[in-house]
Design a protein around this ligand. Structure first.
Ligand SMILES: [Zn+2]
Length: 271
């Protein structure tokens, strides 16, 4: 029974998460005005704003103007409810679980925004990082792990950027060799930034929640999760940049929920 309430709390937060996902990137106030239909601007009555249920009852349309309401809204609410359930079942019914579940919800918002805009608002990202310092009693240890992972991820970013830049430079040099008139079009030094700055903050959040060892496992898993979509996109769309935060967030969730199994695996590998 308690888990039913936790699920309800989760989908309620999910409802608010939809507001964040829509309003924060657009620079809108998150509290005012109250929810309204994006098409006809009619304020939404509370009984038309019940998470998941209202969308089902209204068959995914605005009650007034019948404009279609994206399936994304009830989906985010449902996922939020499931995240709450998973975290509370794993970690017990306590305030730490609430904190961790909220961090996962913020990461879900960041993932959705990253997919759409290829950038994420620092306000949400830093809120998640700050909350992650308090996922357990040992706040100093959590901050230390956040710093470690942010550092590791920064180094990784330098290495990957350096490598990509070298490749790019080589490519341009060969082109200039073949047609010297191109020279004036190209910059002397090429600096390609691989991985976004927002990713580093998320890495810090991962560090605080998982600790050093499991965080490295999560980074590894995030890379594996991203491989197939990035190959697919390379073949179908040339210039599309794959957002990385969704994969970091998914990997964090997987390793967090199954941490015992991953710990066991690590022990088998390293004795
Ligand atoms: Zn409407």
């Amino acid at each position: 029974m308690i888990y039913f309430f936790i699920f309800l709390i989760g989908i309620s937060f999910g409802s608010f998460l939809n507001v964040l996902i829509y309003r924060v990137p657009n620079g809108l106030n998150i509290a005012y005005p109250p929810s309204h239909c994006p098409n006809c601007k009619t304020p939404i009555k509370w009984y038309h704003n019940i998470p998941i249920l209202s969308w089902l009852v209204l068959k995914g349309k605005c009650y007034y103007c019948k404009t279609k309401i994206s399936f994304r809204y009830p989906l985010i609410e449902l996922i939020s409810g499931l995240i709450f359930l998973a975290v509370f079942i794993k970690n017990g019914v306590n305030l730490f679980s609430l904190n961790i579940a909220l961090i996962f919800l913020l990461l879900l918002a960041l993932s959705m925004i990253d997919f759409e805009y290829k950038a994420v608002p620092d306000s949400i990202n830093l809120t998640a990082l700050t909350l992650s310092f308090f996922v357990s009693n040992d706040i100093l240890e959590n901050i230390k792990n956040a710093l470690l992972l942010a550092g590791i991820f920064s180094f990784l970013r330098f290495y990957v950027s350096f490598y990509v830049s070298l490749k790019e430079e080589h490519f341009l040099k060969t082109r200039v060799k073949n047609s010297p008139w191109l020279k004036s079009f190209y910059p002397k030094f090429i600096m390609v930034e691989a991985l976004g700055e927002g990713d580093i903050i998320v890495a810090g959040t991962i560090g605080a929640i998982l600790g050093l060892k499991l965080s490295l496992v999560a980074l590894f898993i995030s890379a594996i999760l991203a491989i197939f979509p990035s190959i697919y996109l390379r073949v179908t769309q040339k210039d599309y940049q794959l957002p990385y935060i969704p994969f970091l967030a998914m990997a964090l969730f997987i390793v967090y929920i199954f941490d015992e199994r991953f710990n066991y695996l690590l022990e088998q590998l390293y004795g």
